[in-house]
Design a protein. Structure first.
Length: 442
């Protein structure tokens, strides 16, 4: 009997191993749309030293394996049917692991008051009492690719319920800021989306109504940006995205987003043309923008900006424990040039600019060069990446809300690439969970 059990166990392990190898060998490696789920399924991540060090590769593998296993659509449908069979029907939005406290529910009625508001409550009063994220009528939003005939080909769909829950999270972060504070959000396409336009020549442009829909759901002081307004993948000036085993935007792409944020703040942007550039590892430069324009034909070019002013940088843990950090270096390649790569849980750049304002940048690896481009507008730029490989409450020592208060943050910039869909738990769940985290120091 023991030998039979042992044999069955080995057969199960062998079958699982064969399935895993088959998935890696035969399943499509490129990102692809899922009509059943209205989203892009993850492609196989590019393997590089940078992606290994940053944790992007392992996160990408996790997403790829989750999206690529055989008969996935049938399994998802079967799972949904079981959920409907054994659960009580619920008409509330499906928010996954989102903290329900962030959805803006009405406060419980005080003792002695009726739990239900009077039916005579006017619509105007109801609008005042209803949280901003629930006032507007939510609808789905879409990111499209445009063909040469002007047709819109849907690439990514964002369900209304998830947009509504995300709006509530953005409002919750804005509520932690002072009265004059602002929050800015952008969801940026990754290189594989742009390559449909620049490499494959299948499409001529892109568009989205996500910013329009989401802006109608958030409250005052929250600003949503349309990346297709400031990112043109077919621009003749510079590459917006790296072409060699990398899904990130280039410094030029990050600078265009920073320019949009600056204009949203009512500031004159410090444009890319005002910077000098160096080529990491070459020992040459700095170059002006005009000197490098002629090198557009080098798709692997990984120029790094020379900051307009130096900044003291450190890595922060346990709220106030500091280790020396790197702001910008020219000895590394790729995204390790910024802040020395992905370092957690918190990074702080002190600029000495005497602007009287302080910023917090939250996002995935796309936020690294962006934080450098935002530095000229602030005295300090605090930044963090809430992915599990880089952030945990124990090393942080306090939740995000506490950091916002202690470092006297005025403005928050949240930037995620489409590699991590902001409607999913990997973004929404972590933002909600870490804002007011149980067990965090007070």
């Amino acid at each position: 009997m023991k030998k039979l059990s042992l044999a069955l166990m080995y057969l199960c392990l062998l079958a699982a191993f064969c399935c895993g190898i088959s998935e890696l060998l035969f399943v499509d490696k490129a990102p692809r749309p899922s009509e059943e789920e209205n989203r892009m399924l993850s492609g196989f991540p590019a393997l590089s030293a940078q992606s290994l060090l940053s944790g992007d590769f392992m996160d990408g593998i996790e997403s790829y394996l989750s999206d690529a296993f055989f008969c996935r659509s049938g399994a998802a449908a079967f799972s949904d049917s079981l959920t409907g069979l054994f659960s009580v029907p619920d008409d509330s939005p499906d928010t996954g692991a989102i903290d329900e406290a962030l959805l803006g529910d009405e406060p419980a009625a005080e003792a002695g008051q009726e739990e239900t508001q009077s039916a005579a409550l006017t619509e105007e009063a109801a609008a005042v009492e209803t949280p901003a994220a629930l006032r507007a009528e939510a609808r789905d939003a879409t990111f499209w690719l445009l063909d040469e005939n002007g047709n819109k080909i849907p690439l990514m769909n964002f369900p209304a319920a998830q947009l509504q829950s995300f709006a509530a999270i953005l409002d919750a972060y804005r509520a932690e800021l002072p009265a004059w504070g602002t929050l800015h959000f952008a969801n940026v396409p990754v290189s594989s989306v742009a390559h449909n336009i620049t490499n494959r020549k299948q499409y001529v442009g892109w568009d989205t109504d996500t910013d329009e829909v989401l802006q109608g759901l958030v409250g005052e002081g929250v600003y949503i940006y349309d990346p297709t307004d400031f990112l043109d993948p077919a621009s003749p000036d510079f590459y917006l995205y790296y072409y060699v085993e990398d899904h990130h935007w280039t410094p030029w792409g990050a600078s265009l987003c920073a320019d949009a944020f600056a204009r949203g703040l009512g500031l004159a942007p410090i444009t890319f043309e005002q910077y000098h550039l160096r080529i990491p590892g070459s020992g040459k430069g700095p170059y002006t923008i005009d000197q490098l324009r002629g090198q557009r034909g080098l798709p692997g070019l990984t120029e790094v900006i020379v900051p307009t002013s130096p900044a003291e940088c450190c890595v922060i843990s346990h709220m106030d424990q500091r280790k020396p950090g790197i702001f910008v270096t020219y000895e590394e390649k790729g995204y390790s040039c910024y802040y020395g790569g992905m370092r957690g849980p918190w990074r702080l750049a002190e600029t000495g600019n005497c602007t009287g304002r302080r910023a917090l940048v939250i996002g995935d690896s796309f936020s690294l060069p962006l934080a450098v481009f935002m530095a000229p507008y602030y005295d300090i730029v605090l930044s963090t990446d809430l992915r599990d490989s880089l952030y945990d409450i124990e090393s942080s020592g306090a939740d995000v809300a506490t950091y916002i208060r202690e470092y006297e943050i005025d403005d928050i910039f949240i930037v995620y690439s489409s590699y991590y869909p902001f409607c999913g738990d990997r973004v929404q769940g972590r933002l909600a969970r870490h804002l007011h985290e149980t067990g965090a120091e007070s």
